[in-house]
Design a protein around this ligand. Structure first.
Ligand SMILES: *Cc1c(COP(=O)(O)O)cnc(C)c1O
Length: 395
């Protein structure tokens, strides 16, 4: 590390709240699949800013679309209409098979909105105010109080009690464990179709189908959190589209703005219970972030991003499978689909990730023992080969 890089890190540690244990590099710019630090060191990007940079860095046309909106109008508030928001809403509802959308600035806010909508829906159904939600163990839905309350990880929750009440946790991929928690008060069942932070666990088709049937029978809303696994990562635009099991409400963020802060919750007409005065956001859906999202959705279609993910994802799967077979003493499991995959090791992966970083590869973990592979969706086979080579040297 250069003196300047060390100085910047020292300055950061003097003023930033210490909520992260950061890797000791200062990133400066990106190009395609690569990131560069302030000393000019090059890193192959296999984390994409935590599943955000779906199109890598500096994708042709995207920055121009953002810049032209930047010079026109950045913000309006939601007292007025703006064209980029309308366009993004039209495109997003169409590809998600949803009827309505509310724009937020982040993933956790999308979850807050989904929770409020489920409660309001149930309130309209029976007039009572003691509704319950069912979420999953090992889930992750965000850090604000509502999203934290449905995050099935006691470690994140402990110090912040009391959280919102009426939340129960079931076992992921275990339909009976969900059924056992349903009561007359249940208003929603919430889950990630592929659990991300919890270690890359894809939902089974029978589980999602069973949940859909259960929700239909009991008039419960099914909420899918697509914030990490959505936007093409599984090879479908949204992970539930692999199985055709439609939610009533879904959340999206991360790759929706490829780095500009935008999230959303979407719903079917029947679930659209929030009315004027029920919810709001000053920034949410401003023209700048929507100009980015609108362009990103166009690029996905025009440049056949999903076809590419299917092909690159299959190749990544084969390569990781072979790596696992070569290191059976250290690698215990390989999970995932498309470009959201994980390798579980016998012990903590932190040292492996650090060694890979020293050799010019950026990876991230999911839980202590799993390496998560979330490259930009534009990743090519040569990048996957390069990643495997560095990772194998780092194991
Ligand atoms: C990242 C994430 C969130 C929270 O999103 P933020 O933008 O960090 O608030 C919620 N759900 C899932 C599945 C996520 O991966």
């Amino acid at each position: 590390m250069s003196e300047t890089q060390k100085q910047i890190i020292d300055r950061a540690e003097a003023v930033l709240l210490h909520t992260y244990n950061r890797y000791q590099i200062v990133l400066d710019h990106g190009e395609g699949m690569y990131l560069y630090d302030v000393d000019g060191n090059k890193y192959l990007d296999f984390y994409a800013g935590i599943a955000v940079h779906a199109l890598g860095h500096n994708y042709p046309g995207l920055n121009d679309a953002i810049k032209s909106q930047l010079d026109k109008l950045v913000h309006t508030s939601n007292y007025y209409y703006n064209v980029p928001a309308v366009e993004t809403a039209e495109k997003l509802t169409k590809i998600a098979h949803m009827d309505r959308v509310f724009f937020t600035n982040s993933g956790t806010e999308a979850i807050e909105g989904a929770i409020k909508m489920a409660r309001k829906y149930a309130y309209r159904r029976d007039g009572s105010t003691d509704h319950e939600m069912i979420a999953m163990n090992h889930s992750f839905h965000g850090r604000t109080m509502g999203a934290l309350s449905v995050t099935g990880n006691p470690h994140y929750q402990e110090a912040f009690q009391p959280l919102i009440g009426g939340v129960k946790f079931a076992e992921f991929n275990n339909l009976e464990s969900v059924k056992a928690l349903v009561t007359d008060k249940t208003c929603a069942i919430l889950l990630e179709p592929v659990q991300g932070e919890g270690g890359i666990y894809p939902a089974e088709e029978s589980f999602l189908k069973g949940l859909r049937q259960l929700c239909d029978e009991k008039d419960i809303l099914l909420i899918f959190d697509e914030i990490q696994c959505g936007m093409g990562r599984t090879g479908e635009m949204f992970a539930w589209q692999r199985f055709g099991v439609e939610p009533d409400i879904m959340t999206v963020a991360k790759a929706l703005g490829c780095g500009l802060p935008i999230g959303a919750f979407l719903c079917k007409e029947k679930a659209a219970a929030l009315e004027a005065g029920d919810h709001g956001s000053t920034y949410g859906g401003n023209p700048l972030v929507c100009a980015a999202a609108s362009k990103i959705l166009d690029i996905f279609r025009q440049d056949h991003i999903l076809d590419h993910v299917k092909e690159a994802g299959a190749y990544l799967y084969d390569q990781l499978e072979q790596l696992k077979n070569r290191h059976q003493d250290k690698i215990v499991d390989h999970r995932g689909v498309g470009l959201i995959q994980g390798l579980e090791f016998t012990g903590p992966v932190g040292p492996i990730i650090q060694r890979a970083m020293n050799k010019g590869l950026i990876l991230i973990s999911a839980e202590a023992n799993t390496i998560r592979f979330l490259p930009p969706l534009i990743v090519e086979k040569t990048h996957i080969d390069e990643m495997i080579r560095i990772l194998e040297q780092s194991i």
